[in-house]
Design a protein around this ligand. Structure first.
Ligand code: ARG
Length: 708
């Protein structure tokens, strides 16, 4: 007779699995991409044969219990989805799809009959058991997947019930919809997995917990053969199929690989691991109940549906690695009435939550707190460097809560930090390089809100109604030109400010005289560009060519490629553009008009500039400052064929300023029109043509109306 101690030892060392015979197995419906096109395409006889092979292999290594199969529940063979077992506790699955929900009571009954303590999740919180929750083989924590079947909010619950740390992983490839299809912890702390099935955060988490020499990352072909859907007992790894290199890798690490074909089950999206559930999972001493999952309620208000704002918010949550639950949605019934949404956002950890929340704030979400907290501040300790988790500004009006009061940040622009002066109750957007020791910078996400005000939307839809779509097609150019002409005249007549950024293409396409007209007629109040626009404009004014091409006749002039250098040299001789104009050297063109009309201009240099002109600012920090001064107070900015200068200007311009971007290249236009701000308009067309139409239209508006 065995001694008691020895028997206890044997019992505790016995490894048990649960399987379910495939009597009623078939592909009857489609709830994952593998099942598509495979309805009733699996062979029953072959499935039984393959299942038996796996069963027999496993019986060599462990005790295999069977749960009786049930007619009408074909996926019940996949016992991995019965629940999550740890010690004598089991968390029963809550299937997402109704096609599998009927399996729940059978699995529950089986566990109860075996004396397990059964835990059940609330009815609307999906969790698919060991398909989506895998114990680290050293028993230190549970890896849990979410994104397709299981809900992130289930993780903190079972962390608590099972008293174990849960690490949440975001699945992003729907072919790998359950964690066990792409992730398999192995004996000795090894991990067999397919990195591409996870988002970047999850990959980082995996890399933090599993050292490089323990990570066995596989490629897509192995992943598609369900190599990660492996059963690991001791040093043995059982799977459907492995490439030669994967076999070699596993064997070199001391594992024995057993391949057994499971093609009939692949048609339903499962393989070896899915067909089994390990029901002896020992508890490792000193467990710790931790789930890093955080949850937060946000509110959104406004034209949520017609502006697509809710969809965008939910995308931000999911793309950022979180999950959501809409708690309340009050729909504005009339066109002019606003809607209100209350959304619960969950994220696998604090850092991811902060990222998601700051993006939600950008699109106008509010984070209510019970205590209604003030904004969080941290001091600058090194000039020009911000505390790490500073809030990065957008173009939208932003308010921060200081001493219980919402105050509006001034100098709103993109990509800045917000500096708060608590005594003065002020907040200002500051570039990193302008931060000074002692400045109090807004960090985190509390007490910050941005306004996407409905009024703004209404107003601009009236004025630019047909431009809502952003980028125009050729046919619409004329209509757009009419609107812009109207707008420019309004701005001029009410003493507003219109700014132009322009690239040399304006000159090459014959637009210089038109832009000169706009300046002469005082439709333009500041000009921003680089060295080239000024050089080519003056080359044309002085030598009649643009980059050596005679624009009148459209032919290259011999020796013309030197013209622009001669012009640069000439201007340098006079000491600058203004001096050259005053000396009568430049007598027409864009720069001439700027000088004559006293319209300020700023030329920002670049590495490729010839010369440069004495006026070109080669210190880019100074150039940015000068640009931003000239942009202050602008009502409209016309961006003419200059990607770099226009993007630069876009970043320093708050929402509410109309941007009109004209470029022949749709990519440039989309990039600029895509600030997510309703006031930006893109026009894809030849800039010379655009300017000529614009001038025609302005002249039409200027001439007295003859028709009655
Ligand atoms: N057809 C089943 C489903 O889509 C397959 C389940 C596979 N099980 C698993 N643990 N991956 O639910």
């Amino acid at each position: 007779m065995l001694s008691l101690v020895l028997r206890l030892n044997l019992i505790s060392m016995t490894i048990r699995y649960l399987m379910c015979p495939p009597d009623f197995y078939d592909v009857d419906y489609v709830i994952n991409p593998w099942m598509e096109g495979n309805i009733h395409r699996s062979s029953q006889a072959k499935a039984v044969e393959q299942w038996n092979k796996l069963y027999n292999i496993l019986r060599e290594l462990a005790v295999v219990d069977l749960v009786p199969p049930q007619k009408g529940w074909p996926d019940m063979v996949f016992t991995a989805n019965a629940g999550l077992v740890l010690g004598n506790k089991v968390v029963i699955s809550r299937f997402l799809h109704k096609e599998r929900q009927g399996e729940e009571p059978y699995f529950k009954a089986w566990f109860e009959s075996q004396g397990f303590e059964v835990f059940e999740l609330p009815p609307d919180l999906p969790f698919e058991g060991a398909g989506d929750a895998l114990l680290d083989r050293e028993g230190r924590w549970v890896w849990a997947g979410y994104g397709f079947r299981s809900e992130l909010d289930s993780h903190p619950l079972f962390a608590q019930w099972l008293d174990i740390e849960v690490l949440s992983l975001h699945l992003v490839d729907n072919r790998f919809y359950h964690l066990d299809t792409c992730f398999c912890p192995l004996t000795g702390g090894y991990l067999l997995y397919y990195p591409d099935a996870f988002d970047a955060y999850s990959n980082r988490l995996i890399e933090m917990r599993v050292s490089a020499e323990k990570r066995i990352a596989i490629e897509e072909p192995d992943a598609l053969n369900f190599a990660c859907n492996a059963v690991n007992v001791g040093q043995t790894v059982i799977m459907n199929k492995a490439s030669a290199s994967l076999r070699q890798r596993l064997e070199s690490l001391g594992f024995t690989l057993q391949e057994t074909p499971l093609t009939e089950f692949l048609k339903a999206g499962g393989a070896a691991k899915c067909l089994t559930l390990r029901i002896t999972e020992p508890i490792v001493p000193a467990p710790q109940e931790v789930s890093h999952v955080e949850a937060r309620i946000i509110q959104m208000q406004g034209h949520l549906l017609d502006t697509g704002l809710v969809n965008r918010a939910l995308d931000v949550v999911v793309d950022g690695g979180g999950s959501f639950q809409v708690l309340d949605f009050k729909l504005g019934i009339q066109k002019q009435s606003t809607s209100e949404a209350k959304i619960r956002v969950s994220a696998p950890d604090r850092e991811i939550m902060t990222n998601i929340l700051s993006r939600l704030i950008e699109i106008g979400a509010i984070l209510p707190t019970e205590t209604d907290r003030d904004v969080q501040l941290a001091p600058v300790v090194q000039d020009g460097v911000s505390p790490d988790d500073f809030y990065v500004t957008t173009i939208y009006p932003t308010e921060v809560k200081v001493n219980g009061v919402w105050i509006r940040a001034t100098k709103q622009r993109m990509d800045a930090a917000i500096v708060v002066d608590q005594a003065a109750q002020t907040a200002t957007c500051k570039l990193l390089r302008d931060l000074r020791i002692g400045d109090q910078v807004v960090v985190g996400v509390e007490g910050i809100r941005t306004a996407h005000r409905p009024e703004v939307r209404e107003k601009s839809t009236k004025e630019f109604s047909f431009m809502g779509a952003g980028v125009s097609s050729e046919r619409r150019v004329e209509l757009i030109v009419e609107q812009i002409a109207w707008e420019l005249r309004q701005i001029r007549d009410r003493g507003g400010k219109a700014v132009v950024t322009a690239g040399p293409v304006v000159v090459h396409t014959g637009g210089a005289p038109h832009l000169a007209y706009l300046i002469r007629e005082r439709f333009v109040h500041a000009l921003l560009g680089g060295n080239a626009i000024a050089v080519h404009d003056m080359e044309q004014a002085i030598m009649g060519t643009s980059l050596g091409v005679d624009l009148q006749r459209g032919v290259s002039v011999s020796g013309g490629h030197r013209h622009h250098l001669k012009v640069i040299n000439l201007i340098r001789r006079y000491g600058g553009i203004k001096q050259a104009v005053e000396a009568g050297v430049v007598t027409s063109g864009i720069m001439y008009e700027c000088v004559k009309q006293g319209v300020p201009f700023s030329l920002a240099g670049s590495i490729r500039d010839d010369g440069p002109l004495p006026d070109t600012q080669m210190d880019l920090i100074k150039a940015q400052q000068h640009y931003s001064e000239l942009v202050q107070g602008a009502d409209l900015i016309l961006m003419l064929s200059s990607m770099l200068h226009s993007i630069g200007v876009g970043n320093m311009t708050p929402a509410g300023v109309k941007l009109v971007c004209v470029d022949i290249n749709p990519a440039v236009v989309t990039k600029l029109a895509d600030r997510g701000s309703v006031e930006s308009v893109g026009v894809v067309t030849d800039v010379g043509l655009f300017l000529s139409l614009l001038v025609q239209q302005l002249q039409k508006l200027a001439s007295p109306l003859v028709e009655t």
